[in-house]
Design a binder for this molecule. Structure first.
Ligand SMILES: [Zn+2]
Length: 198
């Protein structure tokens, strides 16, 4: 159940380090001209949600309907981090399907996520992340095109999921302008399919 995209844990230390280096450079004579890395635009939950709802995303576990989803996006995980994803409990081997058209940005084996797949949406603005897979479907390869509903793999418990509780860990994040598959601003997938309880 617990799963954090591994590279994110380095973001904060790297950012603090970068600030220190830049500050030191400015203090020591002002000659140091760092390359400016544009900031990721601040998230706008309303427009992200409207955009994603307009895509009519498929539910990523075959045979599941919106009424079976539970919003566990804000659940606390080890270290106090929020879950920032949706867990969908399902029998091992249940097909996992692409929620949208797009392309496979990365197939990645991570310690927490296990067998994972990162998909970019057709606009290259958002990434969809599928984790704890049992295996990939035949023909799945980096750079490959996906159509909404294509089977990408099968529900499992790879990574740090409990073998007794196979599930899909699914996340959406808005990519920064660098379009790096491992980095972005998380968006809660739950309200894309279901209104939150009042
Ligand atoms: Zn999860």
């Amino acid at each position: 159940m617990t799963q954090a995209r591994q590279p994110r844990r380095w973001r904060k230390p790297l950012a603090i380090g970068a600030v220190l280096v830049v500050s030191a450079g400015m203090v020591i004579g002002g000659w140091f001209q760092p390359a400016i890395t544009p900031q990721t635009p601040s998230p706008n939950p309303t427009s992200d949600l409207a955009h994603l709802r307009a895509r009519s995303l498929s539910i990523p576990v075959l045979g599941f309907s919106a009424s079976q989803l539970t919003d566990n996006y804000t659940q606390q995980r080890a270290g106090g981090a929020e879950h920032e994803a949706l867990d969908i409990m399902a029998p091992r081997g249940t097909p996992v399907v692409a929620v949208d058209d797009g392309r496979i940005a990365k197939l990645f084996l991570s310690k927490p996520g296990g067998i994972t797949l990162y998909q970019f949406d057709p606009s290259g603005e958002y990434a969809y992340y599928y984790a704890h897979l049992d295996s990939y479907a035949d023909g799945i390869a980096e750079g490959g095109k996906l159509l909404k509903g294509d089977v990408i793999g099968y529900v499992g418990s790879s990574g740090n999921a409990s073998p007794d509780a196979p599930h899909l860990h699914f996340a959406i994040f808005k990519l920064g302008i660098e379009k790096q598959w491992w980095r972005g601003t998380p968006v809660n997938p739950f309200p894309v399919w279901r209104d939150a309880k009042p």
